[in-house]
Design a protein around this ligand. Structure first.
Ligand SMILES: [Zn+2]
Length: 241
């Protein structure tokens, strides 16, 4: 389960990146169009150092032609993947496939709160299990298992789905724009996986610079960042058909 999100907090370089492109500009970006993996995505920049997950939701919602949800205006300071699941369910069109896979579908492991990153939100130890209960009450699909990345790659390659993934941002560095890979310790960060081709993963990074073809890394590099301790291998799957 999860994680709280956020992104570029402790890194001066990352702060500079965000500032350079208009911090507070909110939904900036718009390198619309031709992203490998089905296209149709627009980059959305996170506004602060905590709302990368909400920016990812805005990107997914725009991809399925939902605009004006106001999802980025949610009044909160921590967001876990189960929160993103509940928000997606609220705003996605009826019938749009949605699943959440995680290795921890319930109370966050105590070990998380020993990480500096999670220690900032001690109240979440009580709040997050309630959010999972809400998801169950609403009939949402939460699978407590490790997602099969082979299937993920195939779905991306076929343009059948996109994914919101939680990664340790220390371990992910874009081969195109260079975003990521600078945090000094575990840093949970959400990205949107948009395509996969020939061992290369294409994605959108709400803290990144939105290159016209999207961000890209070797799939195995993404796999390591996604499997790092602290992420619970969280993955939200959204069908695009
Ligand atoms: Zn990039």
């Amino acid at each position: 389960m999860a994680t709280r999100l956020d992104a570029a907090t402790n890194s001066k370089e990352n702060d500079a990146e965000i500032g350079a492109d208009g911090a507070g500009a909110g939904v900036a970006g718009a390198a619309a169009g031709a992203l490998t993996g089905g296209g149709g995505f627009e980059h959305v920049r996170q506004r602060g150092d905590w709302d990368c997950g909400l920016a990812c939701l805005e990107m997914v919602l725009r991809r399925v032609r939902v605009r004006g949800s106001g999802v980025m205006d949610a009044p909160r300071s921590t967001v876990w993947t189960v929160d993103l699941l509940l928000l997606l369910h609220r705003f996605l069109p009826p019938g749009c496939p949605l699943e959440y896979t995680t290795t921890c579908a319930g109370a966050p492991p105590a070990s998380h709160f020993s990480l500096e990153f999670y220690a900032k939100a001690p109240g979440d130890a009580e709040r997050v299990p309630l959010a999972f209960a809400t998801a169950r009450d609403r009939g949402l699909t939460v699978r407590e298992e490790e997602a099969d990345l082979g299937v993920v790659a195939a779905e991306l390659g076929a343009g059948r789905a996109c994914f919101v993934a939680l990664v340790d941002y220390r371990l992910l560095r874009c081969a195109v724009c260079g975003a990521g890979g600078r945090a000094p310790s575990y840093q949970g960060h959400y990205i949107v996986l948009t395509g996969c081709e020939g061992g290369t993963l294409y994605y959108l990074d709400p803290a990144g610079a939105a290159p016209s073809g999207g961000c890209a890394v070797e799939f195995r590099a993404f796999s390591a960042a996604w499997a790092a301790a602290g992420t619970d291998k969280d993955l939200l799957w959204v069908g695009l058909l």
